[in-house]
Design a protein around this ligand. Structure first.
Ligand code: ADP
Ligand code: MG
Length: 843
């Protein structure tokens, strides 16, 4: 190999890089971070940087290289992290000026997508998730380094793990084994296999070894990559999946809980509608509530009581809202303090927040709800800390911690002395100008300063000859002026600069000590953050309920929603234009078959109900005039392939896979929404499946089910399934135009509706007439329960010509009567139906 590859520096590079094969090594070289070899090639491409060569382009073995300035490295690092890469920061760990030869270098931190501390979207958590397997069970630990929180749970099987991860969509995954890696890799999240574990008492809340193992994996990874104090990590909180309503990623997407389907943005989602939080931490908590709605009546009631309390007390609500506007993201501030990256501005934000505590506490003295009282009791004023921060820091300190200007006068006598010396020196210099102008008679004489020469006296060339010989010492000649110094000026200058350097160092030391003192309050501050976040979320729910005229729902065995509305759609329509609808479900009426023309509002009606159920279970009020709702353990939503506008690429197979999940995993406490299921295949095929699915749910599951369909034929199911009822969404014709009333009524939709629309569209009279005839035949056939209800083209509307239909019916009838329906599975039913259809076509 070329000699250049063997220089001491490159040797050092290779030995460090060997330890970090999975990260781009940002190798500090003076004012730059440099990347070499393959790292350089990839990064140059990803970030559109110029790729150069360390030893010249024409070298026999060129070393590819690219670099970014150290002071602006943050933006580049962020881009790489967001693309899913890891970055290892390799710093010079000794002062280059004080070292002879090669400077020591060390990786001080590995930044990964799940551990990146800055540039976060405020109202989202940044999750790192670790998954381990333990005796056939799976431990899942989810941590957020930016807030120090973590959660643990145990899941029974691979399918559940996959679903949990798809729902959480963490920023990064770590797993223990190749089998877990291949299970989870397809989700498309940065993933690595790690084996090292590290025990910690933070995992004491773990319910079993699977959870503990997952936390230890997570903790080891954090320790290994962050290489610094992790004192801000909070004890992990264990939860059971069954304590919550389960919402898989698919359902969250279909119901647009977190993102709008059309734009993919937060705006237009249920979350964005509910989000009246004023703090970032409240915003994050609200999202978590929505991710995991509750499943116990007691916990729901606690939240509802609090929301009601805040709705009833207008003054409290209003003033609390005002106060919370001054509350900063102390959860992340405290994490930065723990991490050692907080600056003086961060501490000022903490101080400003703490200064609000006395008034927040006094506001809460009047609360009556149990949960609000509990929160109030946990609040602390942090008077001592708040006073310390007030005394120590100026009102608006600079971002940098190295350049002084942070510490308030009176906090440190030593610092005050230095600063005074500096000020005195500056005053002396300022006076010097005046004094010398008088002494020399040169009115334009100036005192100036630059980095190279320090302080100087400046006189124009024209005036320079007026100076008495030897008065000043000449230092620099410019085109139009001469610059001079005097021994006394230099003496003062040394004093000023010395004081400045010393005061900056002293300020930094004082600041770091202050930060350490704040760090001692980590736990109570985190507790405070939790209380304030919850207060913020409850307040947000109250504000929304009040603004949108929601009511408090009751938890009950049955469903009775009076004049319910779709929470999101109603807000995009002019006030009062949304058509409210009722919904009743009970033991004898568990399933609704919803028919109605396209665009009448079937899908909206179904989703509206699911959203109301979710709002109920996060403790929110709901958009209705009154509502009684049971607790749902899970919500399944399956959207027919042809209707799946969201992805636009969903295949029939996906539709069926998802349906299988619903029919195999739903319980009698689940809610199932099936929207136009079976549309992705041919008519009979789809219809047969749709019917079989409805029957299966009715007889084997008993889940509350809303089923919308454009197959009118299915409305006969009402006669055979006792728990199923037909409803339809009405549309009418008005002044020659179709008007969608969006009203849900009992019974099935009027089938001739489509013909009506065709008529309005002025299709030829003869065609309309013919359509009416065909329809009337079809309707007769349905009544007679004949499976073949299509009229062959040859048939006219005269009596006699129907003969062939009757003949053919005999064969069909016989085949039909001999079929053993109960012994068939859906596929066989489809097959039989297909045969019947072939038989009919032959006739
Ligand atoms: P379908 O599923 O029957 O084809 P959708 O539920 O998609 O119809 O509704 C079509 C459109 O009708 C919606 O986008 C919405 O704008 C409007 N809409 C639906 N329900 C209502 C309602 N209850 N009140 C007002 N507008 C509604
Ligand atoms: Mg629809």
């Amino acid at each position: 190999m070329q000699a250049i590859h063997q220089t001491p520096m490159m040797k050092q590079y290779f030995s460090i890089k060997a330890d970090y094969p999975d990260a781009f090594l940002f190798y500090r070289l003076g004012d730059f971070y440099e990347l070499f070899f393959e790292d350089a090639q990839i990064v140059a491409k990803e970030l559109e940087l110029t790729l150069t060569s360390k030893n010249g382009k024409n070298a026999e073995h060129p070393i590819p290289m690219c670099g970014v300035p150290h002071h602006s490295a943050g933006v580049y690092i962020e881009q790489l992290i967001e693309k899913g890469f890891n970055v290892a920061i390799c710093e010079q760990t000794e002062d280059p000026k004080a070292t002879k030869g090669l400077v020591k270098r060390e990786v001080i931190q590995v930044i990964t997508p799940g551990t990146y501390m800055s540039a976060l979207s405020e109202k989202e958590n940044r999750y790192l998730v670790a998954v381990t397997e333990w005796a056939g069970r799976y431990g899942v630990a989810r941590g957020d380094v930016t807030t120090g929180e973590s959660w643990l749970t145990t899941l029974p099987g691979e399918e559940a793990v996959k679903r949990e991860i798809e729902g959480l969509l963490p920023n990064e995954l770590i797993v223990e084994s190749e089998s877990l890696a291949s299970l989870l890799r397809p989700i498309g999240i940065p993933l690595s296999i790690q084996t090292e574990k590290r025990s910690s008492d933070l995992a004491d809340g773990a319910k079993d070894d699977a959870q503990r193992g997952a936390f230890e994996l997570l903790f080891a990874y954090l320790t290994k990559t962050q290489k610094r104090s992790l004192d801000h990590l909070q004890p992990a909180v264990a939860y059971e999946v069954e304590q919550h309503m389960q919402l898989d990623a698919n359902t969250a997407r279909n119901l647009e809980l977190f993102r709008s389907a059309r734009s993919g943005e937060r705006k237009g989602s249920l979350l964005s509608l509910l989000d009246e939080t004023t703090t970032a931490m409240g915003g994050r908590l609200l999202k978590r509530w929505l991710e995991q709605p509750l499943y116990t009546e007691q916990s729901i009631r606690l939240r509802q009581d609090a929301v009601e309390n805040l709705i009833d007390d207008f003054m409290l609500r209003d003033q609390l809202h005002e106060e919370l506007k001054h509350v900063y993201d102390i959860e992340r501030l405290v994490a930065k303090v723990g991490y050692g990256t907080a600056n003086a501005r961060d501490l000022v934000q903490l101080r400003d927040t703490l200064e609000r505590m006395p008034s927040i506490r006094s506001l809460l003295l009047s609360v009556t709800s149990e949960r609000l009282r509990q929160l109030e009791a946990k609040l602390d004023s942090f008077e001592e800390l708040s006073e310390l921060l007030r005394d120590a820091l100026v009102d608006t300190p600079p971002v940098s911690t190295k350049e002084g200007g942070m510490i308030r006068q009176g906090y440190s006598a030593e610092l005050d002395e230095l600063l005074e010396a500096k000020t005195n020196g500056k005053t002396w210099i300022a006076n010097l100008e005046q004094q010398e102008r008088i002494a020399t008679g040169i009115k334009s004489l100036k005192v100036g300063y630059n980095r190279v020469f320090g302080y100087y006296l400046e006189v124009t060339k024209a005036n320079a000859k007026l100076l008495e010989e030897g008065r000043y010492e000449r230092k620099q000649t410019l085109t139009n002026a001469e610059r001079y110094i005097t021994p006394e000026l230099k003496e003062k200058e040394a004093l000023i600069l010395g004081a400045e350097e010393k005061s900056c160092t002293l300020e930094y030391d004082l600041f770091v000590a202050l930060r350490e003192r704040v760090k001692q309050h980590t736990k109570p501050l985190q507790q405070l953050a939790r209380s304030l976040s919850e207060l913020d979320v409850l307040l947000s729910l109250a504000i929304v309920a009040e603004k949108r005229e929601y009511v408090r729902p009751n938890t009950s065995r049955h469903v009775q929603v009076d004049r319910g509305r779709h929470p999101v759609i109603e807000t995009v329509l002019p006030r009062g234009e949304y058509v409210a609808n009722d919904l009743t479900l009970d033991d004898t009426r568990q399933m609704l078959l919803i028919t109605g023309p396209n665009m009448s509002g079937k899908s909206t009606y179904m989703r509206q109900f699911a959203l109301i159920a979710i709002l109920h279970q996060i403790g929110s009020f709901v958009p209705a005039e009154s509502a009684e709702l049971p607790l749902f353990d899970r919500i399944f939503t399956r959207i027919g392939a042809a209707d799946d506008l969201v992805s636009g690429q969903s295949t029939f197979m996906v539709e069926m896979t998802e349906t299988r999940q619903a029919v195999t995993e739903a319980t009698e406490h689940s809610l199932i929404l099936l929207d136009e299921i079976g549309r992705g295949t041919s008519t009979y095929d789809g219809m047969a499946l749709a019917q079989a699915i409805v029957e299966y749910i009715a007889s084997n599951i008993g889940a509350k089910t809303l089923f919308s369909t454009h197959y009118h034929e299915l409305t006969v199911l009402e006669d055979t399934i006792p728990t199923l009822e037909n409803v339809h969404v009405r549309a009418i014709e008005q002044n020659g135009r179709v008007v969608f009333l969006h009203e849900v009524h009992p019974g099935r939709a009027d089938k001739s509706y489509g013909i009506h629309v065709a008529e309005l569209a002025e299709l030829p009279d003869a065609l309309i007439e013919r359509a009416r005839t065909i329809l009337s035949h079809l309707e007769t056939d349905v009544k007679e329960d004949a499976p073949n209800n299509l009229l062959s083209p040859a048939q006219s509307n005269e009596e006699g010509s129907q003969l062939s239909l009757f003949e053919e019916e005999d064969a069909l009838k016989e085949r039909l009567m001999t079929m053993d329906l109960l012994a068939m599975n859906p596929i066989e039913a489809m097959q039989a139906l297909y045969e019947l259809q072939q038989l009919a076509k032959k006739g």
